[in-house]
Design a protein around this ligand. Structure first.
Ligand code: FES
Length: 567
């Protein structure tokens, strides 16, 4: 099989000419013949002025390239789409599949022997893994790393859990605009991803657990020298993978690795968004991420990582406490330690050599978990026949068993138009329902599931209510928030049929979410329902025509499975 620059020659009907031309252009870039015979390692760079979380990506790419050269390889950096949560209208989730397609197609088109993926901000690691698994090129991931915690007036602040807390206090009139502005300067104090257990850090920890990163690479702070050394080591490891032709992503992503990810997701009280990303990642390898098994795993897995929003600490504390391998050691009875990593070792071998030190305050012993019970529950019932998710660790325990009248918002526009209306007929016992905010309905399933508490209740001290939607929620958010209701309203799910005043019952212990309306009445309503109009053109039209529901990862139906199986 052709390797390096001899691989994937442009189709001119004359391969020797194609190689002659390719090498000629690289000579024009100053490369010698000797350099061009080395193994080629691509560095997929997600640097973008619109992605401040990836502000250190150019520096990391430089250190990765140094590692590649030191190991005898030839590095080539190339760009892809870069997604930042605050710069992706209408929502980064709409664009995750586009980034995955970009990554897959560029990895498959370029003459690479291995690729290093630089990711971090929420959707980037999932998109890169989805693309790399489909391309099945030897691939190793390096996250940009978490930001340092912010320091403000004697305390520490974390993006974006404290962004939400401060904003809610400001909305409720408990914090002045001046105080809000002063804190604002310290919420995001450096480049890197959010430093609480939000989606970015969750996905980094899961990527390390799945075996796609070197040990310790999920948690080393973005601005640390350690991350730069990890970048160099990642580059060197990529050259070894290029020479060996593996491991390939489908060697790494096994059912055992996915089950390990379930354990770590529960033990970190990670983001519910990871459920969707893991399903999409599994689907690319022809595997299924089993939500029922995930729920069962949760019942046996204590929340051990004491990070915001469920706990008190920050990513830098998790790293200093021992990081992900120290957590694996705490969970070793539940993990399959024979699963392998791109480092060439099994998880068990990594645990064996990893330093014995662990800070019990941050990575708790099993008998002293961060919260009582499991982190995330999977619900089903007449309101969610295909399932829904509830982050118990972020919920108000008393509200996880609740029955109340529905107050329905038909769309995100309806929500923002009415939620703070002083005349809104709402009580703390109401169940707030948001629909048409799912993968098809929004489209793109925005992080709108943690509906704001109506101002008229917030100003009276109400901090939490049961909220239900077909949307997602940021991993940094909190509240009794039922998410990912499937089928979504825009696909004709029962959520589309709920009316104001209908009684909804949530029973998290029984894993039930039910609409207490009789079937005859629902049939009557169903007969009058019609699907929303589709976008007329472009990527958004492709998206709504092909996106799957949350349980299948919101991937495109034509992208599931592997590239060579499909071609
Ligand atoms: Fe980029 Fe939080 S916004 S990781």
């Amino acid at each position: 099989m052709a390797r390096g620059l001899r691989s994937r020659l442009t189709k001119y009907g004359d391969e020797e000419f194609a190689l002659f031309l390719r090498r000629g252009f690289l000579k024009a870039a100053g490369y010698s013949d000797e350099a061009l015979d080395r193994p080629v390692v691509g560095i997929l760079s997600t640097a973008s002025d619109f992605n401040p979380c990836h502000g250190n990506a150019p520096q990391l790419a430089d250190r990765i390239a140094r590692g590649v050269r030191l190991a005898g390889g030839l590095p080539f950096a190339f760009p892809t789409i870069s997604l930042h949560e605050a710069f992706s209208f209408p929502t980064s989730m709409l664009l995750r599949n586009l980034m995955a397609m970009d990554a897959e197609e560029m990895i498959s088109a370029l003459p690479l022997d291995a690729v290093v993926l630089i990711g971090g901000c929420d959707k980037t690691i999932p998109a890169e893994l989805m693309g790399a698994i489909s391309a099945d090129m030897p691939a190793i991931l390096l996250s940009v790393g978490p930001m340092l915690a912010g320091r403000h007036e004697g305390g520490r602040l974390g993006a974006c859990t404290d962004c939400r807390r401060l904003w809610a206090a400001y909305r409720a009139g408990a914090l002045s605009e001046t105080d809000l502005d002063r804190a604002h300067d310290h919420l995001m104090p450096s480049a890197g991803t959010c430093m609480v257990m939000g989606t970015a850090l969750t996905m980094a920890c899961l990527a390390e657990t799945l075996g796609f990163m070197l040990p310790g690479a999920a948690t080393a702070p973005s601005v640390s020298a350690e991350r730069m050394r990890l970048a160099e080591a990642t580059g060197a490891r990529a050259v070894a993978m290029a020479r060996a032709g593996g491991p390939r992503p489908r060697d790494i992503l096994t059912p055992a690795a996915l089950r390990n990810a379930s354990v770590v997701l529960q033990a970190t009280s990670g983001s519910t968004n990871a459920l969707i990303h893991l399903a999409a990642i599994a689907g690319r390898a022809g595997l299924t991420f089993d939500l029922a098994e995930f729920d069962r795993v949760g019942r046996d897995t204590p929340v051990l990582v004491d990070l915001k929003p469920a706990g008190a600490h920050f990513a830098e504390d998790f790293h200093a406490a021992g990081g992900v391998p120290a957590l694996w050691r705490r969970l070793k009875d539940q993990l399959d330690l024979s699963a392998t990593s791109v480092s060439g070792e099994t998880l068990g071998q990594i645990v064996d050599f990893w330093p014995a030190y662990v800070d019990d305050k941050v990575i708790r012993p099993r008998e002293r978990p961060v919260v009582e019970g499991e982190a995330i529950a999977i619900l089903s019932g007449s309101l969610a026949p295909y399932g829904a998710a509830l982050k118990l660790a972020a919920a108000t325990r008393e509200l996880t068993t609740h029955q109340g009248p529905a107050l329905v918002f038909d769309s995100l526009d309806d929500l923002s138009a009415r939620i703070d209306d002083p005349a809104l007929p709402v009580t703390p016992e109401h169940v707030l329902v948001l629909r048409n905010a799912g993968p098809i309905g929004a489209p793109g399933m925005p992080e709108a599931g943690a509906l704001p508490i109506p101002k008229k209740l917030g100003s009276r001290g109400v901090k939490d209510m049961v909220r239900i939607s077909d949307a997602r929620m940021s991993g940094t958010a909190f509240g009794t928030v039922v998410l990912h209701v499937a089928p979504e309203a825009a696909a004709g799910g029962p959520l589309a049929l709920v009316q104001d005043g209908d009684v909804i019952r949530l029973d998290a212990a029984a894993r039930r979410l039910d609409l207490l309306v009789d079937e005859a009445e629902l049939s009557h309503r169903r007969a009058r329902w019609s699907p929303p109009q589709k976008p007329a053109r472009g990527y958004t039209r492709l998206y709504v025509d092909h996106v799957t529901q949350a349980g299948l990862g919101c991937d495109f139906d034509f992208l599931a499975g592997t590239r060579d199986a499909a071609e």
